[in-house]
Design a protein around this ligand. Structure first.
Ligand code: ZN
Length: 172
């Protein structure tokens, strides 16, 4: 298992639409292991493959509060089958949009169909934080970031801030 570098906005890779996985084999499982390591290392609760530069429709999540008890979840080729008309609001952040947070409304419940770590077809009814996380991560597969839901002004301010941080970064 390896911790990978997380790509941050602005970066055209984050805007790419990820491709479906044809089957879940050793290569995909290795990718999911690396994604999970990378996510834990960065103290995140979700990660999409594109965030480490791989345009495959794979996401990992762990929303367990207890640090000692890990509850990793793996979703390959996830598809949302149903969405609740009611919305819930969470203050969202993103490992690819460091140190920026904003309140985002999303359907409060969703039903998602996917392949699990072993390639088995599963259906999950999610609500609350889990439903929001799944939808946030699935947006990554379409090249969408949470800042896209903000006003143009707010979004451009965030991107400006992030670009500035990038240009100040040096490697010696
Ligand atoms: Zn994200």
């Amino acid at each position: 298992m390896t911790v990978k570098r997380i790509i941050t906005e602005p970066n055209p890779l984050l805007r790419q639409v990820s491709k479906p996985v044809s089957s879940v084999g050793p290569e995909e499982r290795k990718l999911m292991d690396d994604m999970l390591d990378t996510m834990y290392d960065a103290n995140g609760i979700g990660l999409a493959a594109i965030q480490i530069g791989i345009p495959k429709r794979i996401i990992v999540l762990d929303i367990s509060k207890d640090e000692k008890i890990k509850e990793p979840r793996y979703f390959v080729n996830p598809v949302i089958k149903k969405k609740d008309i009611n919305k819930s609001t969470y203050e969202e952040g993103c490992l690819s949009v460091p140190n920026q947070f904003a309140e985002i409304d999303r359907p409060s419940k969703c039903e998602v169909q996917y392949l699990d770590y072993n390639g088995e077809k599963k259906v999950l009814s999610a609500e609350g934080l889990l439903a929001t996380c799944i939808q946030h991560e699935m947006d990554h597969l379409e090249g969408i970031l949470f800042i896209d839901y903000l006003s143009k002004l707010k979004k451009s301010m965030i991107i400006k801030k992030l670009s500035k941080n990038k240009s100040n970064r040096i490697v010696v």
